[in-house]
Design a binder for this molecule. Structure first.
Ligand SMILES: NC(=O)c1ccc[n+]([C@@H]2O[C@H](COP(=O)([O-])OP(=O)(O)OC[C@H]3O[C@@H](n4cnc5c(N)ncnc54)[C@H](OP(=O)(O)O)[C@@H]3O)[C@@H](O)[C@H]2O)c1
Length: 309
């Protein structure tokens, strides 16, 4: 059976299983990457205000000639903007030059307090991030629910929410997040989070599926062995892994050949999926994205110990 091309959100909307990531895609490169991807068949773009390139992403969408209605477009409210989600959304809509988003996410379950040191990454005098530990994420989510009701975003969700953070949010939410976007790959499979989200009808999205900058995960012996066995590249295994697990995957590239290659999704045989699923438990667990505010809040509390995921 051919792998699915779309999954369905808890809103009933369809979401393409592979989306183009845009983090670290430089202005000057990202416009072409987005235009090329859309002309090449992508219909899903993952953006964020903090990536600092939404204006160019919007230009790429226009250049592609693909109608807005055919594109699934995501953006995210940045940590410093949590007290005013509506204003943050408008900044992204203006930069992208669109009237609505298909999905809007809370980028991190943390509020950073602007203090004049930096608009997006404020720091305390001792150099730590200016985190407001007293901020209630339910307040951010209340505002997300409001903007969902306004119709400017067709779905709302979260990113980087571990189970304890979802448990907390759940006490007050009236709308269940459609999506939780987290770091996910065979070396960080997050099995417990996957089960938890599935039960609540929250679709997972996999970020850094290739291991982020430089795509370091594709060359490892475990991935290479399964790739050879299936006659495909390591990248195809890393991308297909998620789709086979019912997870949306967001590979980033600004290189045309790679953007094309990253669309390829195969059905991975059950026994190979089982191997991929067990790599982390067999001593190969690794997390690549460790923001400073994660450490600031206590890493174990933040995500739960990596080994158990
Ligand atoms: N919510 C969050 O907090 C969060 C955090 C991280 C990422 N994300 C989202 O997830 C997306 C993907 O994650 P990511 O950007 O961290 O990393 P990634 O997609 O795992 O890896 C990107 C790197 O892999 C390279 N690459 C891409 N395709 C390749 C291929 N076929 N062969 C060889 N190398 C290849 C890219 O190089 P070139 O571009 O030079 O081709 C780039 O260096 C982001 O762009 C962003 O949209 C979200």
């Amino acid at each position: 059976m051919a792998p699915p091309t779309h999954f369905t959100l808890n809103t009933g909307a369809k979401i393409p299983v592979v989306g183009l990531g845009t983090w670290q895609s430089k202005p000057g490169e990202v416009r072409n990457a987005v235009a090329f991807a859309l002309k090449d068949g992508y219909r899903h773009i993952d953006a964020a205000l903090v990536y600092g390139n939404e204006h160019e992403v919007g230009q790429g969408i226009k250049d592609s000639g693909v109608p807005r209605g055919e594109i699934f477009l995501t953006s995210k409210v940045w940590n410093t903007h949590q007290p005013n989600v509506k204003e943050a959304l408008q900044k992204s809509l203006d930069a992208l030059d669109v009237d609505y988003l298909d999905l809007y996410l809370v980028h991190w379950p943390v509020r950073l307090v602007p203090n004049g040191t930096s608009e997006l990454f404020p720091v305390n005098p001792d150099g730590t991030r200016a985190v407001d530990r007293s901020w209630d994420q339910s307040e951010t989510w209340r505002q997300m629910e409001e903007i969902y009701k306004s119709g400017k975003v067709k779905a709302i969700g979260v990113a980087n929410f571990s189970i304890p953070y979802l448990e907390e949010l759940r006490k007050k939410w009236t709308i269940v997040p459609a999506v939780n976007q987290v770091e996910l790959h065979p070396f960080l499979p997050q099995h417990e989070l996957r089960e938890y989200c599935k039960e609540l009808g929250i679709l997972l999205e996999a970020y850094s599926p290739l291991g982020s900058t430089g795509a370091p995960l594709m060359t490892g012996p475990d991935i290479q062995q399964i790739a050879k066995k299936n006659g495909v590249s390591g990248v195809t295994i890393l991308i297909s892994y998620h789709v086979n697990k019912g997870v949306v995957v967001l590979p980033k590239s600004v290189t045309e050949k790679r953007i094309s290659a990253n669309k390829e999704v195969i059905e991975i045989p059950k026994e190979d999926l089982a191997v991929l699923d067990s790599l982390a438990a067999n001593g190969k667990a690794k997390r690549l994205n460790t923001p400073l505010w994660g450490f600031d809040l206590g890493f174990a509390d933040w995500y739960g110990p990596v080994k158990s995921q």
